[in-house]
Design a binder for this molecule. Structure first.
Ligand code: SF4
Ligand code: SF4
Length: 446
């Protein structure tokens, strides 16, 4: 076993040692309830988790719980002992899977998931970003010299206007920063989830080390999954030489500097945040940032913000629940007289971007609002056009230009898989035909 694997095991063992078995973590777990596990058996489930951690059997009840976990973090808030139960559950689940099947099987599953993700990210980024910007993002982390690294992760490059917004905002703050991301700097989530720890160590663990090698004093994360994993599976295992935190928390800490730069003539709007708990202080930070934007009124809406830390990912296994959350949000926003839904993360943005096809609402990311308030931003959200399913002329013209600039070709089979990728995700949007037909025509003519 590697030194890293040893330290992970020690973290789980420490959680089991400190646990009093009160069961409060299981009682509040939303996904345990979602799959029908009885809150009255909380003490039994936690005893099974402790036994599993100490080398005991993988009891059926606890395995159902672990496999249902979507990382909501409700258990962390409920634990009177201050145990990071999400981290414990994540490590225990990985160890149980590692013991249950040959590693090669997990490695194949992880490689397939990574390959599919990387292919979609590469195509979508190449359809929406100029080559110079993409190359800047993809350059090796360890070669950077800036004091602050803005780490994008992989999947936000499907909606790259968000990355451009954050760069605009950090630029407005006159920071010495650089942007780094893409699949060569993956956080290794698939490898960890599939219990392929040796490959995880060469990917996610290595990415984290490369940040340190750059000499940066601060790494600002974007992706909630990267944020969670680097915090709980890296920083907690071995503290880094740099500060790590989500970009929204950093911006909220610099609110006065941002406010001083906001322009007063902002559009009047009533906005609802599509809320998620579970990743540090991101939600309260985003709310504070939005409240400071001139002419913006934040409308509070009761919503199921504790079900998952973000849309998609591990929460995607609860499609009906996610769909219900999205519909209730849009309908609630309309009923409350809001005109805009603001998304926190990229996966939520992908899920909701097409809501405009169904509801009288605009959907923007919080970075769109902040960049605009600073007199910057305005980067087209092509993904929203794909999802709305209306006229594709602008999106196709941009894609033609950017694909050529990036030296990337799309063929008809890539368009088929991209269409499935975009429209099979849970969320709100228009019909898929407009995207599929317009981009098939583009593929035939390129
Ligand atoms: S992180 Fe959320 S879903 Fe996972 S065990 Fe804890 S409460 Fe349950
Ligand atoms: S809430 Fe904390 S102490 Fe109680 S069972 Fe869960 S992990 Fe153990």
């Amino acid at each position: 076993m590697s030194a890293y694997a040893d330290r992970l095991e020690a973290l789980a063992a420490d959680a089991a040692d400190r646990c009093t078995g009160c069961g409060k973590c299981f009682e509040v777990c939303p996904t345990a309830r979602e799959i029908g596990l009885d809150a009255g058996e909380a003490k039994l489930r936690v005893a099974e988790l402790s036994a599993l951690t100490q080398g005991g059997p993988a009891a059926a009840g606890v395995m159902k719980w672990l496999n249902a976990c979507d990382g909501s973090a409700r258990c962390i808030d409920a634990c009177p002992e201050g145990i990071n139960v999400r981290q414990w559950v994540t490590i225990a689940k990985m160890k149980a899977l590692e013991a249950a099947r040959p590693r090669a099987e997990g490695a194949t599953a992880a490689a397939t998931r990574f390959r599919n993700m990387a292919q979609a990210v590469r195509l979508l980024a190449s359809m929406q970003l100029p080559s110079a910007t993409l190359q800047k993002i993809l350059a090796p982390a360890e070669k950077r010299t800036a004091d602050v690294l803005f780490y994008t992760g992989c999947n936000v490059l499907r909606t790259p206007h968000i990355v451009l917004n954050v760069m605009d905002i950090l630029d407005a703050l006159e920071l010495d920063f650089d942007v780094v991301g893409g699949t060569a700097h993956c956080c290794g989530v698939y490898q960890f989830q599939e219990a392929d720890l040796p490959t995880y160590e060469r990917m996610g663990h290595r990415t984290f080390q490369r940040f340190g090698q750059s000499g940066a004093s601060k790494v600002l994360t974007w992706c909630p999954t990267c944020t969670k994993n680097f915090d709980e599976l890296e920083q907690a295992v071995k503290p880094a030489s740099f500060d790590l935190g989500h970009v929204s928390e950093f911006l909220a800490a610099n609110l006065d500097a941002l406010k001083a730069r906001f322009t007063r003539d902002q559009p009047k709007r009533r906005v609802v945040i599509h809320e998620h708990l579970g990743i540090g202080a991101t939600l309260s930070s985003i709310a504070r940032l939005l409240e400071a934007v001139p002419n913006l009124e934040l409308v509070e809406l009761p919503q199921d913000s504790g079900f998952s830390y973000a849309c998609g990912g591990q929460a995607a296994k609860f499609k009906d629940r996610e769909q219900a959350i999205h519909r209730a949000l849009a309908e609630g926003a309309v009923a409350a007289g809001a005109d805009t839904i603001v998304t926190m993360y990229h996966s939520c943005h992908r899920a909701l971007a097409g809501a405009e096809a169904v509801y009288p609402l605009k959907v923007v990311n919080f970075t769109d609002v902040l960049a605009e308030a600073l007199g910057r931003g305005g980067h087209p959200d092509y993904y929203r056009l794909y999802k709305k399913g209306g006229a594709m002329d602008e999106a196709v013209a941009a894609a033609r230009r950017f694909l050529q600039d990036n030296g990337v070709r799309v063929d008809e089979s890539s368009v088929q898989s991209l269409t499935a990728d975009i429209f099979n995700e849970t969320g709100l949007g228009g019909p898929r035909d407009a995207f599929r037909d317009a981009f098939t025509t583009l593929a035939r003519s390129s």
